[in-house]
Design a protein around this ligand. Sequence first.
Ligand code: MG
Length: 382
Amino acid sequence: MDIVLLGSTGSIGTQTLDVCRMHNIRVKALSANSNIELLEKQTREFLPEYISVFDEKYYSDIKIRLADINVKILCGEESACELAALKCDRVVNSVVGFAGLLPTLSAIKAKNSVALANKETLVAGGELVMRALEENGTSMLPIDSEHSAIFQCLLGAGENKLSKIILTASGGPFFGKTREELKNVTKSQALDHPNWKMGEKITVDSATMMNKGLELIEAVHYFRVLPEQVEVVIHRQSIMHSAVEFEDSAIIAQLGTADMRIPIQLALTYPKRLECPAKKLSLTEAGTLTFEKPDEDVFGCLKAARKAIKMGGNAPCIVNCANEAAVSLFLSDKIGFLDIGEAVNSALSSVKFINDPSLDEILYTKKAAEEYVFSRFKQGEI
Ligand code: MG
């Protein structure tokens, strides 16, 4: 089999290549944002036919570095879409943020099967993406560990309807803290996740619980359930990756170590389950598993996400893009931790609501939400 891997130098990208290495999966194309050194190394090892760099300023650098290798090099925003449309067995989309949406749509239009790690694709363009999947008769497999778990729990369910999804959340580094205690937390505290080693954006999202909010929206679209059917449960150990409850009250859960190579591999090799480099779970070593309710008053991002998916239309896109803008400000030490939730909630009530948005309207919403957050910052309101 062969894959096109978008976002190859990030956390999911490098772990996808671990799986490819183990199972001799051919890598047809790689794309990266700006980590040129690692992209060069990956190209030399996996010898793809194509690579692309999102940021055009790195084009000449990578071209010189790989002058001795036979590889076609593309660049710019459009290039990930071009790679996503190449004929292959799976397009793995591990691009970070809204930038993943257009490549996902491009892959679906080319009738490629998508392995999706970019949750923002379904958050910002949920209806568009689900419609495109239906129209093109192609499949999308989740890489996000919770959604992979839910997908696995539903295997063999047949026509039986689920009554509830139990979406587990680690709670991040700030679980149990009050708003007062979160006022002055620093970037390095937010980036110190207890269980998962991930990229910076998702780690901050995990600390604010926006990550769970985005996953709630992702689940509503992907599994076609109502927002009320998704219960977010804090599970500090990250052993149970999510569960589903059926109408007869039976709950089926998926468990494993906190290693993304398990869901990544399944998304590549499904329906086959092959040996995986991840450590096996010992239940007796894991010991006690705990489950608690999240505090949506402290974690305002989760509340905003729930409100947005109930509103529908472009509301989830507003929340997603306002969050991306706020997180970028937080990561450059310009705003405080609690300002992220504040920015997201106020963007949701201020940016123009559009019911059933077109792709152009989604792109407009992205700009409007970002501009709203950046202008509030410039005016000293956050
Ligand atoms: Mg997840």
